[in-house]
Each structure stands twice: as C-alpha cells, then as structure tokens.
Design a protein around this ligand. Structure first.
Ligand SMILES: Cc1cc2nc3c(=O)[nH]c(=O)nc-3n(C[C@H](O)[C@H](O)[C@H](O)COP(=O)(O)OP(=O)(O)OC[C@H]3O[C@@H](n4cnc5c(N)ncnc54)[C@H](O)[C@@H]3O)c2cc1C
Length: 466
C-alpha cells in the first residue's frame, strides 16, 4: 500500500523537501506538492523579487543540498570571485525551480504538483483532508506545512478608509503595486529592515524623485556585508562555555568583548550561528521574551546583513536626503479630503507630529504571529485547534519529532512543519543554510512515519532535533 504525503508550500522548503523525497523515497511513496501558482518552486523571497533585489548570502553558500553548499555557484559556473558575489534573487528562484524539476524527473516516488492555495486542513480518522482554493479536496496520510512566514497583519492605527485605499500598500510583494506610486510622491514607509530596503531600491530603480521616510522602533537599517568575507573564527572557550550553560548574559558580554577586539565584528556574528539553535532551545520562556524585547532589533540588523552594493545605494539615498530613517512609531494614519494624514511619535519624544504623505507602505517584514494571522489555512487550523501558536508570536509549537502540537499540546500524528514558523522552537531557522538541513532531517522523519518515541516529547519540550 502506498503512503501519500502532502507538502503545503512550494517555496524553498517545499523544493528542498521534494528533492529529499526524490533522493530518499521509494516507489510506494506519493508526494503532492501544493503551492501558489505565481511563486511555485521559488517562494516569496525569490519568486516575487525584482531584478534590483540581491541575495543577502554569497553565492558560494546557497546550494540547496546541505552536503554541497557550493551547488548554486556550481550550477551557474561562477568564477572564484563570482562565488563571493551577492547575485539577484531572481537567479536563485530559477535555480530552485530547476532543482525541483530535476528532482521530480529523477524521483522513484511519484511527485505531483498542485498549483493552488490550500485553504483548510482537517484531521481524519487516518490522515488528513486538504481543501484547495479551486474547490478540490484530497486525502493524504501525512502533511508537511512549509508555508513560509505569514503575510503581515494590517497595521495598527490605520483608518478603515485608508486600509482599502490604493495609496496604502500593505503587502509590497504583490505584483506591481509600487507602480501606483507617483515618482514625486512623498512616501512614509513603516519598517526599516530588509523589506524597506527592497522597497526603497525598487522605487529608486523606477526613478522615484519624492522623499522617503522610513520609521521603525529603533530606526536601525540592516548592516552591510564586507566585499570580501573575513576569515572564519573559532569562538574562545569561555564563550563556548557560556553557550553550553545557556548563560545569556555571559554570551552577550563575551560577544561584545570579542567583537571589540577584532577588525570585523561580522566574523563573530557568523561564528555564533551554529550555536544559536541549542542556545535558544535551552533558554527559559522569560529569557526568550527578554531577548526579543531588548536585543532583537540590534541582533536582526547585525545578523541579516545586505550586500555591499545594496548598502551603497541606500547610503547614497540617505546622503542626498531622499531617504530619511527615524526611530519612531506610527500612531495613526487616515485618508482625509486633502490626502493621507499621519501621526507619529519619535522615540524618546513627549510630543507627536502630524504630517501629510502621498502614500504609505507597510514594510515590516514577514510575520510569524499565528495567533493573530488571518491567513486562511493557518487561521482555520488555529480555530479548529489543530495547532498551537507560539506564545511569543514566533510561529507554532512542535514536538521533538517535527510534529505540530494541537491546541491542548499533544502532537498531531503525521502533521509536520518546517520553515520560519519554527522560529519559536529554533529561532535561527529562516535562511537557506539552516533550512536545507532542517528539510533533510524532516524528510527522513516523515518517511519513517510518526514514532511514539518522538511524538511523546518530554513535557515542555517544544524543540526539534536540529
Ligand atoms: C524578501 C526576502 C529575501 C530573503 N533573502 C534571503 C537570502 O538572500 N538568503 C537566505 O538565505 N534567505 C533569505 N530569505 C529568507 C527566506 O525566508 C528563506 O530563504 C526561504 O525562502 C524560506 O523558505 P520557505 O519555504 O519557508 O518559505 P517560502 O520560500 O516563502 O515558501 C513558502 C511558499 O508557500 C506558499 N504558501 C503559503 N501558504 C500557502 C498555502 N496555504 N497554500 C499553498 N501555498 C502556500 C507561499 O506562497 C510560498 O510560495 C529572504 C526572505 C525574504 C522574505
């Protein structure tokens, strides 16, 4: 009898899983890969990109196979110096689609594509029923959620008329929405991270002349990579000990001291990466919350860096006065007869400022707040108790065997998750180097089937074996 596995989401993780199933599964396995037609095989980051959007990882490190990080650079036959470059994200989307095609063609297991959104999932006596937006419904024995991060929620403080007005862009990845913005428009961008950078570059490429103001809690834009990477660094024993003891204070002190001693702090951040998942898993809930409250903004800009060429363009825009980045909060925005009225409060200020703009763009990045999302699939699973949101808004809870936990905290046998919705379990699980490892581990576990030993995780255990 064959086993039918549904993978919902055909972005990076969906493609990486299909590739792993192609390598690992026999003829008794049938895979259905469900994904949005427009980004099938590439996902949001690489499928909805524009030519000006560059990868933030060097080409040499982006292979889909964990044993062969150079696979992407090899596929493009890059020179030694080309391997160190940050290539367009579109090129990476093409590579992922190519890998998926090859995996499907070479597979002993049957892998079929369903280019439709999954809008609901129900548990059956044996297995699951997936409902697709085109009206189709199908049964599978196991399901992997690989839906990426969630589309952002509507911004707090946005008036009802503005929220449906064409001058408010709540999801800048959607087709050509930025074309709505006049080249002379003054634009307020909420968010100062990677999404803001994408938006600013796209507007610049279109010849935008108006002013752009970006605001975020701390007003910190992402840092830049150096043109040439620094030599890999070994962490000193006292820092390794701090990681082992999950002593967050000692980790932070050790990192600061080490970074101050080196010519390039980026080497320290890169050296921390293999230690982050174990550290996160060992932290108490209040330590995680404290990290999110106090350190997250600084961590994110140092960890998720942009390509030097991207940073150069952003700095030119800042130097010319076209782009202004401030630490401030949007309190309210509404559409009034003479345009778009905003009220913001700068960090540390006792007063608020009212200003008019021609457009407002939400660029707060992708969301992982399962508790608040209106995503049809995830919200319906939450409402039916098929999953349990992470209490800190970092995705959903899973057990030690990659299985999703239901509302009462029990593993749902045969339902798995991979990708950014595992941030609450692993934290460092949003970029290719970690995702390809997770996809391989997950494929092995899904093929092995639900195991009572893995399913019965120790009480309070919310993490994966990564
Ligand atoms: C703008 C941007 C740039 C990035 N750049 C880099 C980079 O340079 N290097 C790096 O390592 N990482 C980068 N990342 C991180 C990125 O998240 C990961 O590299 C990776 O794409 C995540 O893979 P995923 O499969 O979890 O999500 P995705 O690749 O986004 O794939 C999820 C897919 O599932 C689909 N989907 C969602 N819900 C459903 C549903 N209900 N039914 C059917 N399909 C559904 C989505 O449309 C999407 O196609 C970037 C992320 C973003 C947002």
């Amino acid at each position: 009898m064959s086993t039918h596995i549904a993978v919902i989401g055909a972005g990076f993780c969906g493609a990486a899983l299909a590739r792993e199933f192609s390598r690992q599964a026999g003829a008794d396995i049938r895979i259905t890969l469900v994904g949005m037609a427009e980004s099938f095989g590439a996902g949001v980051a690489y499928g909805a990109a524009r030519p000006e959007h560059l990868l933030n990882v060097r080409a040499k490190d982006l292979g889909i196979d964990p044993d062969h990080p150079g696979g992407f650079a090899d596929a493009l036959r890059l020179s030694e110096s080309g391997r160190l470059d940050f290539l367009p994200r579109l090129a990476y989307g093409d590579y992922l689609r190519g890998e998926l095609e090859q995996a499907i063609a070479a597979s002993t297991a049957t892998i079929e594509r369903q280019p439709h959104e999954a809008i609901a999932l129900e548990r059956e006596r044996h297995g699951f029923r997936t409902f697709l937006a085109n009206g189709d419904v199908f049964h599978s024995d196991r399901v992997v959620l690989a839906v990426g991060a969630l589309a952002p929620q509507s911004l707090a403080g946005i008036g009802p008329r503005l929220s449906v007005h064409p001058r408010y862009i709540g999801w800048p990845w959607q087709g050509d929405v930025l074309d709505r913005i006049d080249a002379d428009a003054d634009v307020l961008i909420v968010g100062a991270g990677l999404t803001m950078i994408d938006v600013a570059l796209s507007l610049r490429t279109r010849g935008h002349r108006g002013r752009l103001r970006a605001i975020s809690r701390r007003g910190l834009p992402p840092q830049a990579h150096l043109r040439r990477p620094g030599a890999p660094l070994e962490l000193p024993p006292h820092l390794l000990r701090a990681f082992r003891d999950a002593d967050l204070g000692a980790v932070v002190r050790g990192v600061r001291q080490l970074a101050a001693r080196l010519d390039d702090w980026r080497r320290v951040i890169d050296a921390l990466r293999p230690h982050l998942q174990p550290l996160w898993r060992a932290l108490e809930p209040q330590q995680r919350a404290s990290f999110l409250r106090h350190l997250r903004p600084y961590w994110e800009v140092a960890r998720h860096r942009v390509a030097p060429a991207v940073s150069d363009q952003i700095e030119q825009m800042r130097a010319s006065g076209q782009l202004d980045i401030r630490a401030a909060r949007l309190l309210r925005a509404r559409w009034v007869p003479d345009g778009l009225e905003t009220v913001i409060r700068e960090r540390g200020s006792e007063t608020v400022q009212t200003a008019h703009y021609d457009a407002l763009i939400r660029a707060t990045g992708l969301d992982t707040d399962v508790d608040r999302t209106s995503d049809p699939l995830v919200a319906s699973m939450r409402e039916s108790g098929l999953l349990r949101p992470d209490p800190l808004g970092l995705g959903l809870e899973v057990d030690a065997g990659f299985q999703v936990q239901d509302a009462s905290g029990h593993p749902v046998e045969g339902l798995y998750c991979v990708g950014p919705l595992l941030r609450g379990a692993l934290w460092e699980i949003t970029a290719v180097p970690e995702l390809r490892v997770a996809a391989r581990q997950l494929a092995t576990q899904v093929l092995a089937g639900p195991s009572p030993a893995l399913g019965a995780a120790a009480p309070g255990c919310r993490s994966l074996r990564a």
